[in-house]
Design a protein around this ligand. Structure first.
Ligand code: MRU
Length: 340
């Protein structure tokens, strides 16, 4: 079993298949962009920072599998493959960020061979940076956690959502590494159960106490003062809103009502400071994710279903954003985020 969520070996990108955890640990090999695009759409790889790294390696795959020998034709193919990958999931900004970082390097290359080399080099750099960034976020965030404390989290913002360590769960890991006593309440995260399946799996692997609850139990636990702090990841942070897994907004409203701190942890690559909430596309996933659970039919055929994968939480409901450069408190100073 590897510590990394995704890694490059030979001429392929390998991913832990997150659709079959916790029942099975399986690895998917992506030898071309088409297979990676399928993996992203199916959530075999998922979580904003991991999508950034996957997108970067996707462009390395595109460069290395291209049969074009003339530079202009090669660059046109790269642009087409970049467009294909970006369209797989629209909400997490890290995906297009990772793709663009590599395509910018490719565009500046002097030859196809040079482009193939720099693409992989840049993808490796993005993967390394992700780990360093998560450790920095962990160190910043650990100081905010009381000792002992109970943290409520939603979805999975852990090692599986990054290359390793994690953002929100990285904060928990760093606090535990510092000797703090932290236990996690993981919301199951309907309909794909990233909390129940993935957050619980990786915390157990690390020996951190975790209890899974139905999403609908969060409010009642907050009312009973069983939660000290809510801590989630982020798929995109605009000038006015935090985008994260559907259900996050409800936790933020409830936390504010009960005077419980609500934090998000995210790298600066998750910020989209030039856009506003209404300019962001919220991914709507297929109705079959709600209609069935394995062989079990959950919804009558005649009923309509809606399956938005993310929601937007207005930033005034967020106590602080834990980044690798420190904690940002809304309202955001965009010049600080945009400066190198
Ligand atoms: O649909 P998913 O599983 O990709 O959604 C992931 C989340 O909402 C995470 O909370 C977010 O990407 C932050 S991961 C560090």
């Amino acid at each position: 079993m590897r510590d990394e969520t995704l890694w490059w070996e030979g001429e392929s990108l390998f991913l832990i298949d997150q659709t079959v955890l916790p029942a099975r640990y399986e690895v998917v090999e992506c030898t071309d962009v088409e297979r990676l695009a399928r993996a992203i759409r199916r959530l075999e790889v998922r979580g904003a920072p991991a999508l950034g790294v996957a997108g970067a390696y996707g462009m390395a795959l595109a460069a290395r599998t291209s049969r074009e020998t003339s530079l202009p034709a090669f660059l046109a193919e790269i642009q087409e493959q970049a467009g294909l990958l970006k369209k797989t999931r629209p909400t997490a900004v890290n995906l297009s960020w990772g793709i663009e970082r590599v395509t910018t390097r490719i565009a500046a290359a002097g030859s196809v061979e040079d482009a193939q080399e720099v693409a992989l080099e840049e993808a490796h750099r993005i993967a390394r940076e992700d780990e360093e960034t998560c450790l920095a976020i962990g160190a910043v965030g650990a100081a905010l956690l009381p000792d002992p404390c109970t943290v409520l989290t939603h979805c999975n913002a852990g090692a599986l959502a990054c290359t390793r360590w994690g953002t929100a769960l990285g904060v928990v890991r760093s606090a535990v590494a510092e000797g703090k006593e932290v236990q996690v309440i993981a919301c199951e995260t309907r309909p794909l159960l990233q909390g129940a399946r993935l957050t619980a799996w990786e915390l157990i692997r690390d020996g951190i106490p975790v209890t899974v609850i139905p999403d609908s139990a969060a409010a009642s636990l907050m009312r009973r003062r069983e939660i000290d702090l809510v801590l989630v990841g982020a798929d995109r942070i605009t000038v006015d809103a935090l985008f994260n897994k559907i259900g996050t907004y409800a936790h933020a409203v409830t936390a504010r009502y009960h005077d419980i701190p609500f934090y998000t942890a995210a790298p600066l690559s998750t910020f989209d400071p030039l856009r506003k909430e209404w300019e962001v596309t919220i991914e709507e996933r297929g109705g079959e994710e709600l209609r069935t659970c394995g062989d079990w039919q959950l919804v009558p055929d005649q009923a309509g279903v809606r399956n938005p994968a993310f929601d937007a939480t207005p930033l005034p409901l967020v106590t602080g954003i834990i980044t690798e450069r420190g904690v940002l408190f809304p309202p955001l100073d965009m010049s600080r985020i945009l400066s190198p």
